[in-house]
Design a protein around this ligand. Structure first.
Ligand SMILES: [Zn+2]
Length: 127
């Protein structure tokens, strides 16, 4: 992920070459976990999106990898900084599920959009 201005948990900004503007412009980068989901040129609005199916697969593969290595990373953290680890544990237990939901928003958004379009198509067919 870019070490640029952090916008929120899953949205960053960075200067990238825009294929429409043909210049380096500020882009908004949306991540699903550690996977780049989409970039939007803040000058012209051109969007480059990760393919929906590939994004879902890549995100789930990445999430599986992070979950598999989480116990090892937690033990390393606990050994390295025990007091800090214990101090942050209650907050982490509360906030981790919320941060997982936040990072999965690009996936949920595309599923919600598909459900909305399907509902509209069914409505048009009288279903
Ligand atoms: Zn542009």
């Amino acid at each position: 992920m870019p070490a640029d201005v952090r916008w929120s948990d899953s949205v960053y900004r960075a200067g990238l070459m825009c294929r429409v503007c043909r210049d380096v412009e500020l882009h908004e980068l949306r991540y699903a976990g550690r996977i780049l989901a989409a970039s939007t040129c803040l000058r012209c609005g051109a969007v480059v999106k990760h393919d929906e199916g590939d994004l879902r697969k890549a995100y789930l593969r990445d999430l599986e990898s992070r979950l598999r290595t989480k116990p090892h990373r937690m033990v390393k953290r606990a050994v390295r900084h025990p007091a800090k680890f214990i101090g942050h544990l209650p907050s982490a237990i509360i906030h981790k599920p919320l941060s997982l939901l936040e990072e999965a928003k690009p996936l949920v958004g595309s599923l919600a959009e598909r459900a909305r379009l399907l509902g509209r198509a069914n409505q048009a067919r009288g279903l």
